[in-house]
Write a protein that binds this ligand. Structure first.
Ligand SMILES: C[S@@+](CC[C@H](N)C(=O)[O-])C[C@H]1O[C@@H](n2cnc3c(N)ncnc32)[C@H](O)[C@@H]1O
Length: 272
Protein backbone atom coordinates (compact mmCIF):
# COMPACT_ATOMS: atom_id res chain seq x y z
CA UNK A 1 0.00 0.00 0.00
CA UNK A 2 1.32 3.46 -0.93
CA UNK A 3 2.03 5.83 1.95
CA UNK A 4 1.55 9.55 1.62
CA UNK A 5 4.12 11.33 3.77
CA UNK A 6 2.59 14.72 4.61
CA UNK A 7 4.53 17.70 3.26
CA UNK A 8 5.64 20.37 5.73
CA UNK A 9 2.77 22.59 4.53
CA UNK A 10 0.19 19.82 4.97
CA UNK A 11 1.48 19.09 8.48
CA UNK A 12 1.28 22.83 9.27
CA UNK A 13 -2.31 23.01 8.03
CA UNK A 14 -3.31 19.93 10.04
CA UNK A 15 -1.67 21.24 13.23
CA UNK A 16 -3.32 24.63 12.72
CA UNK A 17 -6.66 22.83 12.30
CA UNK A 18 -6.20 21.02 15.64
CA UNK A 19 -5.13 24.22 17.43
CA UNK A 20 -7.77 26.42 15.79
CA UNK A 21 -5.11 28.67 14.21
CA UNK A 22 -4.74 29.66 10.57
CA UNK A 23 -1.39 29.09 8.87
CA UNK A 24 -0.06 32.66 9.44
CA UNK A 25 -1.01 32.70 13.15
CA UNK A 26 0.43 29.23 13.70
CA UNK A 27 3.78 30.27 12.20
CA UNK A 28 3.74 33.52 14.20
CA UNK A 29 2.96 31.71 17.51
CA UNK A 30 5.29 28.73 17.34
CA UNK A 31 5.83 28.98 21.11
CA UNK A 32 2.17 28.09 21.94
CA UNK A 33 2.16 24.98 24.19
CA UNK A 34 0.28 21.94 22.84
CA UNK A 35 -1.87 19.83 25.20
CA UNK A 36 -1.76 16.02 25.26
CA UNK A 37 -5.23 15.87 23.64
CA UNK A 38 -4.17 18.21 20.83
CA UNK A 39 -1.00 16.19 20.19
CA UNK A 40 -3.08 12.99 20.02
CA UNK A 41 -5.57 14.57 17.58
CA UNK A 42 -2.68 15.82 15.42
CA UNK A 43 -1.07 12.35 15.41
CA UNK A 44 -4.40 10.78 14.40
CA UNK A 45 -4.72 13.20 11.46
CA UNK A 46 -1.12 12.50 10.37
CA UNK A 47 -1.89 8.78 10.45
CA UNK A 48 -4.94 9.25 8.22
CA UNK A 49 -2.86 11.38 5.85
CA UNK A 50 -0.19 8.67 5.71
CA UNK A 51 -2.96 6.30 4.60
CA UNK A 52 -3.66 8.64 1.66
CA UNK A 53 -6.75 10.53 2.86
CA UNK A 54 -6.84 13.93 1.12
CA UNK A 55 -5.94 16.93 3.27
CA UNK A 56 -9.20 18.67 2.34
CA UNK A 57 -11.22 15.85 3.93
CA UNK A 58 -9.03 15.95 7.05
CA UNK A 59 -9.53 19.71 7.35
CA UNK A 60 -13.21 19.37 6.36
CA UNK A 61 -12.88 22.38 4.07
CA UNK A 62 -11.59 23.54 0.66
CA UNK A 63 -11.54 27.06 -0.71
CA UNK A 64 -13.24 27.64 -4.07
CA UNK A 65 -13.37 31.02 -5.82
CA UNK A 66 -12.29 32.67 -2.55
CA UNK A 67 -14.94 31.05 -0.32
CA UNK A 68 -14.68 28.15 2.12
CA UNK A 69 -16.74 25.04 1.24
CA UNK A 70 -17.30 22.18 3.66
CA UNK A 71 -16.15 18.90 2.14
CA UNK A 72 -16.13 15.28 3.22
CA UNK A 73 -16.21 11.85 1.60
CA UNK A 74 -19.75 12.48 0.29
CA UNK A 75 -18.48 14.95 -2.33
CA UNK A 76 -15.69 15.55 -4.83
CA UNK A 77 -13.11 18.04 -3.54
CA UNK A 78 -13.52 21.20 -5.67
CA UNK A 79 -10.57 21.61 -8.06
CA UNK A 80 -8.93 24.95 -8.94
CA UNK A 81 -9.46 24.32 -12.69
CA UNK A 82 -13.24 24.33 -12.16
CA UNK A 83 -12.93 28.06 -11.39
CA UNK A 84 -12.41 28.55 -15.18
CA UNK A 85 -16.05 27.60 -15.66
CA UNK A 86 -17.11 30.33 -13.22
CA UNK A 87 -14.83 32.90 -14.90
CA UNK A 88 -16.09 32.02 -18.39
CA UNK A 89 -19.73 32.51 -17.32
CA UNK A 90 -19.11 35.68 -15.30
CA UNK A 91 -17.42 37.27 -18.33
CA UNK A 92 -20.81 36.90 -20.07
CA UNK A 93 -22.85 38.22 -17.12
CA UNK A 94 -23.84 41.46 -18.88
CA UNK A 95 -25.58 39.47 -21.66
CA UNK A 96 -27.87 37.59 -19.25
CA UNK A 97 -31.51 38.39 -18.49
CA UNK A 98 -32.09 40.34 -15.25
CA UNK A 99 -33.12 37.27 -13.23
CA UNK A 100 -31.43 34.37 -15.05
CA UNK A 101 -32.36 30.76 -14.36
CA UNK A 102 -29.36 28.45 -13.95
CA UNK A 103 -29.15 24.66 -13.71
CA UNK A 104 -26.07 22.98 -12.21
CA UNK A 105 -25.97 19.25 -13.01
CA UNK A 106 -23.95 17.17 -10.52
CA UNK A 107 -23.50 19.87 -7.91
CA UNK A 108 -21.43 17.82 -5.39
CA UNK A 109 -20.32 20.29 -2.68
CA UNK A 110 -22.43 22.97 -4.41
CA UNK A 111 -19.28 24.97 -5.25
CA UNK A 112 -20.37 26.00 -8.77
CA UNK A 113 -24.07 26.62 -8.03
CA UNK A 114 -23.46 28.58 -4.82
CA UNK A 115 -20.61 30.65 -6.30
CA UNK A 116 -22.74 31.66 -9.29
CA UNK A 117 -25.75 32.47 -7.08
CA UNK A 118 -23.51 34.78 -5.03
CA UNK A 119 -21.74 36.32 -8.04
CA UNK A 120 -24.91 36.88 -10.11
CA UNK A 121 -27.34 38.75 -7.86
CA UNK A 122 -30.96 37.99 -8.73
CA UNK A 123 -30.11 34.65 -10.32
CA UNK A 124 -32.16 31.58 -9.38
CA UNK A 125 -30.28 28.30 -9.40
CA UNK A 126 -31.41 24.68 -9.43
CA UNK A 127 -28.59 22.39 -8.23
CA UNK A 128 -29.01 18.67 -8.87
CA UNK A 129 -27.16 15.50 -8.03
CA UNK A 130 -27.90 11.78 -8.07
CA UNK A 131 -26.46 11.58 -4.56
CA UNK A 132 -28.81 12.72 -1.75
CA UNK A 133 -25.81 12.61 0.61
CA UNK A 134 -23.90 15.11 -1.56
CA UNK A 135 -26.98 17.34 -1.77
CA UNK A 136 -27.27 17.45 2.04
CA UNK A 137 -23.71 18.79 2.26
CA UNK A 138 -24.29 21.22 -0.62
CA UNK A 139 -27.39 22.57 1.16
CA UNK A 140 -25.32 23.04 4.34
CA UNK A 141 -22.75 25.01 2.31
CA UNK A 142 -25.53 27.18 0.89
CA UNK A 143 -26.73 28.01 4.42
CA UNK A 144 -23.20 28.71 5.69
CA UNK A 145 -22.44 30.98 2.74
CA UNK A 146 -25.76 32.82 3.01
CA UNK A 147 -27.35 32.28 -0.43
CA UNK A 148 -30.81 32.10 1.12
CA UNK A 149 -33.44 30.38 -0.99
CA UNK A 150 -31.94 31.29 -4.37
CA UNK A 151 -30.43 27.81 -4.77
CA UNK A 152 -32.87 24.87 -4.83
CA UNK A 153 -31.37 21.40 -4.38
CA UNK A 154 -32.98 18.48 -6.19
CA UNK A 155 -31.99 14.80 -6.20
CA UNK A 156 -32.49 13.80 -9.81
CA UNK A 157 -30.84 12.59 -12.99
CA UNK A 158 -30.06 15.15 -15.68
CA UNK A 159 -32.95 14.14 -17.95
CA UNK A 160 -35.63 15.10 -15.40
CA UNK A 161 -33.71 18.25 -14.40
CA UNK A 162 -33.61 19.51 -17.97
CA UNK A 163 -37.33 18.83 -18.43
CA UNK A 164 -38.19 21.61 -15.95
CA UNK A 165 -40.22 24.54 -17.22
CA UNK A 166 -39.63 27.39 -17.92
CA UNK A 167 -36.38 26.44 -19.67
CA UNK A 168 -33.02 27.44 -18.23
CA UNK A 169 -30.86 30.34 -19.45
CA UNK A 170 -27.65 28.56 -18.42
CA UNK A 171 -26.94 24.86 -17.93
CA UNK A 172 -23.57 24.13 -16.37
CA UNK A 173 -21.89 20.96 -15.27
CA UNK A 174 -18.65 19.47 -14.10
CA UNK A 175 -19.84 15.90 -14.59
CA UNK A 176 -17.94 12.65 -13.99
CA UNK A 177 -15.65 12.40 -17.04
CA UNK A 178 -12.81 10.00 -16.23
CA UNK A 179 -12.93 6.89 -18.45
CA UNK A 180 -13.83 3.83 -16.37
CA UNK A 181 -10.82 2.02 -17.88
CA UNK A 182 -8.48 4.80 -16.62
CA UNK A 183 -9.26 3.94 -12.98
CA UNK A 184 -5.73 2.62 -12.43
CA UNK A 185 -4.15 5.84 -13.75
CA UNK A 186 -5.57 7.95 -10.92
CA UNK A 187 -3.82 8.24 -7.57
CA UNK A 188 -5.24 6.05 -4.75
CA UNK A 189 -5.60 9.36 -2.93
CA UNK A 190 -8.48 9.98 -5.35
CA UNK A 191 -9.86 6.50 -6.08
CA UNK A 192 -9.80 5.26 -2.47
CA UNK A 193 -11.46 8.34 -0.99
CA UNK A 194 -13.51 10.42 -3.45
CA UNK A 195 -16.93 9.09 -4.53
CA UNK A 196 -16.56 7.00 -7.71
CA UNK A 197 -19.98 8.28 -8.83
CA UNK A 198 -18.31 11.71 -9.05
CA UNK A 199 -15.38 10.51 -11.14
CA UNK A 200 -16.17 7.90 -13.75
CA UNK A 201 -18.26 7.71 -16.90
CA UNK A 202 -18.63 5.25 -19.79
CA UNK A 203 -17.56 5.79 -23.43
CA UNK A 204 -14.06 7.01 -22.65
CA UNK A 205 -15.52 9.30 -19.98
CA UNK A 206 -17.75 11.20 -22.44
CA UNK A 207 -21.11 9.42 -21.84
CA UNK A 208 -22.65 11.99 -19.47
CA UNK A 209 -21.29 14.99 -21.41
CA UNK A 210 -22.85 13.64 -24.63
CA UNK A 211 -26.24 13.01 -22.96
CA UNK A 212 -26.12 16.46 -21.43
CA UNK A 213 -25.40 18.20 -24.75
CA UNK A 214 -28.15 16.27 -26.55
CA UNK A 215 -30.72 17.34 -23.92
CA UNK A 216 -29.45 20.92 -23.52
CA UNK A 217 -29.54 21.43 -27.30
CA UNK A 218 -33.30 20.84 -27.26
CA UNK A 219 -34.24 22.26 -23.88
CA UNK A 220 -32.14 25.36 -23.20
CA UNK A 221 -33.77 28.70 -23.82
CA UNK A 222 -32.86 29.74 -27.43
CA UNK A 223 -29.69 31.85 -27.04
CA UNK A 224 -28.96 30.12 -23.69
CA UNK A 225 -25.55 28.77 -22.66
CA UNK A 226 -24.20 25.29 -21.95
CA UNK A 227 -20.94 25.41 -19.95
CA UNK A 228 -19.10 22.18 -19.10
CA UNK A 229 -15.82 21.00 -17.74
CA UNK A 230 -14.28 18.22 -19.85
CA UNK A 231 -11.49 15.66 -19.46
CA UNK A 232 -8.03 15.39 -20.97
CA UNK A 233 -7.98 14.41 -24.64
CA UNK A 234 -11.79 14.48 -25.03
CA UNK A 235 -12.18 17.62 -27.12
CA UNK A 236 -12.20 15.92 -30.56
CA UNK A 237 -14.65 13.18 -29.54
CA UNK A 238 -16.92 15.78 -27.96
CA UNK A 239 -16.75 18.10 -30.96
CA UNK A 240 -17.96 15.36 -33.30
CA UNK A 241 -20.42 13.89 -30.77
CA UNK A 242 -21.98 17.27 -29.97
CA UNK A 243 -22.40 18.20 -33.66
CA UNK A 244 -24.17 14.87 -34.29
CA UNK A 245 -26.34 14.82 -31.15
CA UNK A 246 -26.86 18.53 -30.54
CA UNK A 247 -26.80 20.44 -33.87
CA UNK A 248 -28.74 23.23 -32.12
CA UNK A 249 -25.59 24.14 -30.14
CA UNK A 250 -22.94 26.47 -31.50
CA UNK A 251 -19.39 26.32 -30.07
CA UNK A 252 -18.43 29.64 -28.54
CA UNK A 253 -15.26 29.00 -26.56
CA UNK A 254 -12.83 26.28 -25.51
CA UNK A 255 -10.88 27.47 -22.48
CA UNK A 256 -7.59 25.87 -21.45
CA UNK A 257 -6.61 25.03 -17.88
CA UNK A 258 -3.39 26.00 -16.05
CA UNK A 259 -1.62 23.09 -17.79
CA UNK A 260 -2.68 24.37 -21.24
CA UNK A 261 -5.26 21.58 -21.81
CA UNK A 262 -8.80 22.22 -23.09
CA UNK A 263 -10.88 22.10 -19.88
CA UNK A 264 -13.97 24.30 -20.18
CA UNK A 265 -16.31 24.47 -23.15
CA UNK A 266 -19.01 27.06 -23.74
CA UNK A 267 -21.78 26.49 -26.27
CA UNK A 268 -24.85 28.49 -27.14
CA UNK A 269 -28.24 27.29 -28.33
CA UNK A 270 -28.90 28.86 -31.71
CA UNK A 271 -31.97 31.09 -31.92
CA UNK A 272 -34.93 29.13 -33.38
C1 LIG B 1 -17.15 15.71 -10.82
S1 LIG B 1 -18.37 15.83 -9.54
C2 LIG B 1 -18.60 17.60 -9.56
C3 LIG B 1 -18.99 18.21 -8.25
C4 LIG B 1 -18.98 19.74 -8.25
N1 LIG B 1 -19.91 20.28 -9.23
C5 LIG B 1 -17.59 20.28 -8.51
O1 LIG B 1 -17.38 20.88 -9.58
O2 LIG B 1 -16.71 20.11 -7.65
C6 LIG B 1 -19.79 15.19 -10.36
C7 LIG B 1 -21.08 15.08 -9.54
O3 LIG B 1 -22.10 14.60 -10.44
C8 LIG B 1 -22.92 13.68 -9.75
N2 LIG B 1 -23.54 12.83 -10.79
C9 LIG B 1 -23.03 11.72 -11.39
N3 LIG B 1 -23.88 11.28 -12.34
C10 LIG B 1 -24.95 12.12 -12.36
C11 LIG B 1 -26.16 12.20 -13.12
N4 LIG B 1 -26.43 11.31 -14.08
N5 LIG B 1 -27.05 13.19 -12.83
C12 LIG B 1 -26.79 14.11 -11.86
N6 LIG B 1 -25.64 14.08 -11.11
C13 LIG B 1 -24.73 13.12 -11.36
C14 LIG B 1 -22.00 12.97 -8.79
O4 LIG B 1 -22.71 12.42 -7.70
C15 LIG B 1 -21.05 14.11 -8.37
O5 LIG B 1 -21.49 14.77 -7.21
Amino acid sequence: MATFAPSLREATLLLGHVLGLDEARLLAHGEKPVTGGEAARFRALLKRRLGGEPVAYLLGEREFYGRPFRVDSRVLIPRPESEHLIEALLERKSTLPRRPRLLDIGTGSGCLAITLALEIPGSRVVATDLSPAALALAAANARLLGVGDRVRFVATDLEAALAERPPFDIVLSNPPYVAVEDHHRLSPEITDFEPSQALFAQHGGTAILLRLAALAGRRLVPGGWLACEIGDGQIEALASGFSRLAPELEWIEVRKDYAGKPRTVILKRRPI
